[in-house]
Write a protein that binds this ligand. Structure first.
Ligand SMILES: Nc1ncnc2c1ncn2[C@@H]1O[C@H](COP(=O)(O)OP(=O)(O)OP(=O)(O)O)[C@@H](O)[C@H]1O
Ligand SMILES: [Mg+2]
Length: 233
């Protein structure tokens, strides 16, 4: 997403909230159900959506998934851990003046930087001011402690992250996650890059739950969202 993005483009992120009866929203609910089934014996409390490269639909998938969990009555927290190109505050039209990084900069209590959204049960922590050392922050002991605290407050925590290939941030964040969903911009991203991203995630022992095929082009005409979910490697 670039500076040229139109407001209606941002709104699209939250189709699950705007039009819960649409087939697109139904697809997000199916994704939620499949995540639950993928881990019968294990709790899937902390999740992230990864992609090999920029703009494949991570934030869109993550935020809509968050809405479907909230609609189910779960207490849900979205954290913007994309400290390089944050966008959760834009999706929810909130200020980014304080957020995750404030808990590091000013030692502000993390509960002070959680904000409500206009969706019941759904809360966000924006990124806060962009720091010079995102990887260091995300990999810190303090981050681990914050996550432990937040897990006591929320039923589901979803972390937004940068793409896997250019920087280590998402691999670091995956260590806090019970599961990772890989989103692939269908038809646009080279297979080798997807394989490389998956290898990187495997290397840090991330648990990849499945793959979402996102097709931006098609969905532009009448919002169809084609996805694929499975355990194929
Ligand atoms: N299924 C879809 N249909 C239509 N537009 C989509 C779809 N998925 C994503 N988009 C649009 O494509 C752009 C990129 O999506 P998004 O911001 O979710 O990707 P991202 O992987 O989070 O990007 P980044 O790597 O920059 O964080 C956005 O403008 C978004 O609205
Ligand atoms: Mg994003």
């Amino acid at each position: 997403m670039g500076p040229m993005s139109q407001p209606d483009n941002k709104q699209r992120h939250l189709i699950a909230a705007i039009n819960p009866k649409s087939p697109v929203s139904e697809a997000y609910r199916t994704l939620r159900t499949n995540i639950q089934f993928s881990a019968i014996d294990q709790q899937m409390q902390v999740l992230m959506v990864a992609s090999a490269t920029v703009g494949e639909g991570k934030t869109t998938t993550l935020t809509n998934l968050a809405v479907t969990y909230a609609q189910e009555g779960k207490k849900v927290l979205l954290i913007d851990a994309d400290l390089r190109n944050p966008s959760l505050h834009q999706v929810f039209q909130q200020s980014n003046r304080v957020g995750l990084t404030s808990a590091f900069l000013n030692h502000q209590p993390i509960t002070d930087v959680i904000s409500e959204t206009n969706i019941d049960n759904l809360f966000i922590i924006p990124s806060g001011p962009i720091p010079p050392n995102p990887s260091e922050i995300l990999g810190s002991q303090r981050m681990q402690m914050l996550m432990d605290d937040l897990k006591r407050i929320f039923d589901v925590i979803l972390l937004d992250t940068p793409p896997v290939l250019p920087v280590a941030d998402s691999l670091i964040v995956s260590s806090y996650c019970d599961g990772v969903i890989l989103v692939v911009h269908a038809g646009k991203v080279k297979k080798e890059l997807v394989k490389k991203a998956k290898a990187n995630l495997d290397h840090v022992k991330a648990r990849i739950l499945g793959v979402v095929l996102n097709n931006n082009e098609r969905s532009k005409n009448e919002g169809q969202y084609y996805y694929y979910y499975g355990r194929k490697k």
